[in-house]
Design a binder for this molecule. Structure first.
Ligand code: SAM
Length: 340
């Protein structure tokens, strides 16, 4: 069996968990039902999974909203790596920050992007957000989809970044030429939501470093400052007893986590960015976020949604997931708005 099939399957799990949390009322996502076949027949996930999904989604949404609401004249570009069935583009493009969004680029394995491109083309609700049908085109045998703002790109992120990002992130500009989809002069946010754990540390470092080098070089060529942010959501600290249980549960489903190996503590997570050219980085566990950053009223609201018996287990799970965010500014002095 293709060893990557079980990694791709993690997207089906993530989408099912999201649908379950939405159906239970944890948060609103009108688009996720399109990405889960027979959505109305899906069984709900256990409360612990719903709470974890709520924490992960709302914390990342909050960071993305903060990035989009920075007061600058330029629109923002978002690149989601290992984007799976994520609905974030549709939520932003129809939400309060829609005018702040420049380009939104998603990358995943071709099998995943082909399925997503088909889903998007077939759903009126999703397709209308992309623009006029004549502005939406398929490429790479149906595995890529391009529209004025949204691009879906097939690639294996473990391949050398120059090969995949330098060549694949392009669209035809004339019969014999291509141009890059990435705009190095736009403030850009990279999203790695539960993807780097599946890759070796060398491959993920190469990927992070490629973006820093590309933005530093290309924006300098344009006489502009590079502004690059990144958010990683992942499991870590997997060598303690509870972590080992999580690892063996995933191993039983053929999923290994080489990317989690160097990260034993929350303090080690920012090095993912700081060792690869980023100027600043910070990490918080989902447990710390729940304790210190979720408004009490919101915690009370979700506590009413369903009975959660496994409070100890929930805390252990939330202590093994973290959100890390980093910032690279080629000219910190002229870009203070991005530092707070
Ligand atoms: N980011 C989405 C979310 O949070 O809902 C999906 C997360 S899912 C757990 C992991 C995704 O990463 C899958 O869609 C998988 O196909 C993708 N992925 C993992 N390794 C990859 C690789 N080497 N190249 C491209 N995509 C990869």
């Amino acid at each position: 069996m293709d060893p990557d099939a079980s990694v791709r399957q993690t997207d089906t799990d993530a989408a099912g968990a999201r649908l379950s949390a939405v159906q239970k009322g944890y948060f609103i996502d009108p688009f996720i039902k399109n990405f889960v076949p027979r959505a109305h027949l899906q069984p709900p996930r256990p409360p612990l999974i719903n709470v974890g999904t709520f924490m992960r989604s709302t914390a990342i949404d909050d960071l993305v909203d903060q990035w989009l609401s920075k007061s600058t004249e330029k629109r923002c570009q978002i690149v989601s790596l290992g984007s799976g069935s994520d609905t974030r583009f549709w939520r932003i493009a129809t939400g309060p920050h829609q005018d702040r969004l420049g380009k939104y680029i998603e990358i995943d394995f071709p099998e995943v992007t082909t399925k997503k491109a088909m889903t998007v083309k077939k759903s009126r609700e999703l397709a209308t957000v992309l623009g006029e049908p004549t502005q939406v085109t398929l490429g790479h045998g149906g595995a890529a989809l391009h529209s004025p703002r949204y691009h879906l790109i097939p690639a294996d992120l473990r391949h050398p970044p120059d090969e995949i990002l330098g060549k694949t992130l392009t669209v035809p500009s004339s019969p014999n030429e291509t141009k890059s989809i990435l705009s190095p002069s736009l403030p850009t946010l990279l999203l790695f939501e539960c993807v780097l754990v599946y890759m070796t540390p060398e491959a993920s470092s190469g990927l992070v470093r490629w973006f820093v080098d590309y933005f530093a070089t290309e924006s300098a060529n344009l006489g502009e400052d590079a502004i690059l942010g990144a958010i990683v959501y992942e499991m870590f600290g997997l060598n303690d007893p509870f972590g080992r249980i999580m690892v063996s549960n995933l191993k039983a489903r053929n999923v290994t986590l080489p990317g989690a190996e160097p990260y034993h503590s929350i303090e080690s997570l920012p090095s993912r960015f700081l060792n690869n050219g980023f100027s600043a980085a910070r990490a918080l566990t989902l447990h710390q976020i729940r304790q210190n950053y979720v408004p009490t009223l919101e915690l009370e609201r979700i506590a009413q949604l369903e009975m959660l018996d496994e409070v100890e287990e929930l805390n252990l799970v939330l202590e093994h997931y973290a959100i890390t965010w980093g910032l690279f500014l080629s000219n910190p002095a002229s870009s203070m708005v991005w530092s707070d």
